[in-house]
Write a protein that binds this ligand. Structure first.
Ligand code: UDP
Ligand code: MG
Length: 317
C-alpha cells in the first residue's frame, strides 16, 4: 500500500531542468543525453528546457531537430542575447515541474549530481544549492576574480553569498514561484535565493572541465553581474558615499587655521599646490558619488520603463 503510494507520487511529480545556452552547439547533445541518463534513474516525469539566449551558432537548428525526436526536450529561443540571468528567469517562468533544476550547458555542472539533488528534495528541502570547490585547474586570474566577486558582494550588500555559489541548484515549486512572481528584469538570482529563506541545503562539488568552447562570461558580463548583485541588494554604497562626504567635509575644516596662518604670514601663493590637489580630489570624489547615485537611478529608470526582461522569438512549449 505504502509502496504503491510512494510509486504513485513519484510518477505524478515532475522535474524541470533548465539549461541556458549561449553558443553551446558543441555541448548541447552531450548535456541533454547526460540529463536523460540521470533523470531516468529517478523515476519522475521530467522536462528539459533549453533557453537559447541569442546564440549566433547553429544551436537553434540543433535544438529544433533534437526536439522533434525527444518528447522531453523543449526550447525557448530569445530574439537576441539577454544574458544568463534573464535566460534563467525565462526558464523558470515557463517550467511546469514540481521542482526546477538549473544548470550550465557546458558539462561544468556535473549531471551525475541530479539524483542527489532530488534525494534532498524528497527529504523535504526547498532549495538544494551547490558550492563550487576551488578547482586547481581553473586559472588563477579567474579564481581571484571569483573570490573578489563574493567578497565585494558580501561586504557591500545585505545578503550573504557562499563562495562559489553558482546557478546550479534545485528549487521547489514554492521557491521558484517567488522568482516567477518578481516582475522586471536584471534579477540577481543567487542573491534572491540567499534572501528568500526556505529550507536550504548546500552540496559541495568540484566542477568538471568545460566540454567545448570557452567561457561566455566575459569580463564585461562579470562586472555587470557584480553590479547587479550589489545594486539590487544594498544601499550600502550610498551610505559609504555619505560617510565619505562627511569625513572629508570635517577634514577640510582643518584647512581654515592653515589658511589664516598663511594669510597672516603673507605666504598666500604657497597654498597653490594644496589648493589644486584639494579641488581635484573633491571633484573626483563628487563624480564618483554622483556615479553611485546614478547607478541606482538607472535601475529605477529601467524598472519603471516596464520593458520585459527577455523577448521570446520562438518556442515549442
Ligand atoms: N550563458 C547564457 N547567456 C550569456 C552568457 C552565458 O545563457 O550571455 C550561459 C552559457 O551558455 C552557460 C552558462 O550560461 O551555459 C554559464 O556560462 P559559462 O559557462 O560561459 O560561464 P563560466 O562557467 O565560465 O563562469
Ligand atoms: Mg561554464
Amino acid at each position: 500500500m505504502l509502496k504503491n503510494y510512494i510509486l504513485k507520487t513519484t510518477l505524478d511529480k515532475k522535474v524541470s531542468v533548465i539549461i541556458c545556452c549561449y553558443n553551446e552547439e558543441q555541448n548541447i547533445p552531450t548535456v541533454v543525453d547526460a540529463i536523460h541518463e540521470n533523470l531516468k534513474k529517478t523515476g519522475y516525469q521530467y522536462e528539459i528546457i533549453a533557453v537559447n539566449d541569442g546564440s549566433t551558432d547553429n544551436s537553434q537548428v540543433l535544438l529544433e531537430n533534437m526536439a522533434t525526436k525527444d518528447p522531453h526536450l523543449f526550447y525557448i529561443e530569445f530574439s537576441r542575447n539577454f544574458g544568463h540571468q534573464n535566460a534563467l528567469k525565462a526558464g523558470l517562468d515557463n517550467a511546469s515541474g514540481d521542482c526546477i533544476i538549473s544548470m550550465d550547458a557546458d558539462m561544468q555542472h556535473p549531471p551525475r549530481m541530479l539524483p542527489d539533488f532530488i534525494k534532498k528534495w524528497e527529504e523535504g528541502y526547498d532549495i538544494v544549492y551547490t558550492k563550487r570547490q576551488e578547482d586547481p585547474s581553473i586559472s588563477k586570474a579567474k579564481r581571484t576574480s571569483s573570490n573578489l566577486f563574493y567578497n565585494v558582494i558580501n561586504f557591500l550588500s545585505d545578503i550573504h553569498l557562499d563562495k562559489g555559489a553558482a546557478d546550479f541548484r534545485l528549487m521547489d515549486r514554492r521557491a521558484a514561484n517567488v522568482l516567477v512572481n518578481i516582475k522586471g528584469g536584471d534579477l540577481f538570482i543567487r542573491g534572491i535565493i540567499s534572501w528568500i529563506g526556505f529550507k536550504q541545503y548546500a552540496i559541495d562539488y568540484m566542477p568538471d572541465k568545460r566540454l567545448s568552447g570557452k567561457t561566455k562570461y566575459t569580463f564585461k558580463k562579470m562586472l555587470h553581474l557584480a553590479a547587479q548583485g550589489i545594486l539590487s541588494f544594498s544601499t550600502k554604497p550610498l551610505q559609504i558615499a555619505l560617510y565619505l562626504g562627511f569625513i572629508i567635509a570635517l577634514l577640510s575644516l582643518l584647512f581654515i587655521p592653515y589658511a589664516i596662518i598663511s594669510l597672516i604670514s603673507g605666504h598666500v601663493m604657497a597654498g597653490w599646490v594644496s589648493l589644486i590637489l584639494t579641488v581635484a580630489f573633491l571633484g573626483g570624489l563628487q563624480l564618483f558619488i554622483l556615479g553611485i547615485i546614478g547607478l541606482y537611478i538607472g535601475r529605477i529608470f529601467t524598472q519603471t520603463k516596464g520593458f520585459p526582461p527577455y523577448i521570446i522569438r520562438s518556442t515549442n512549449l
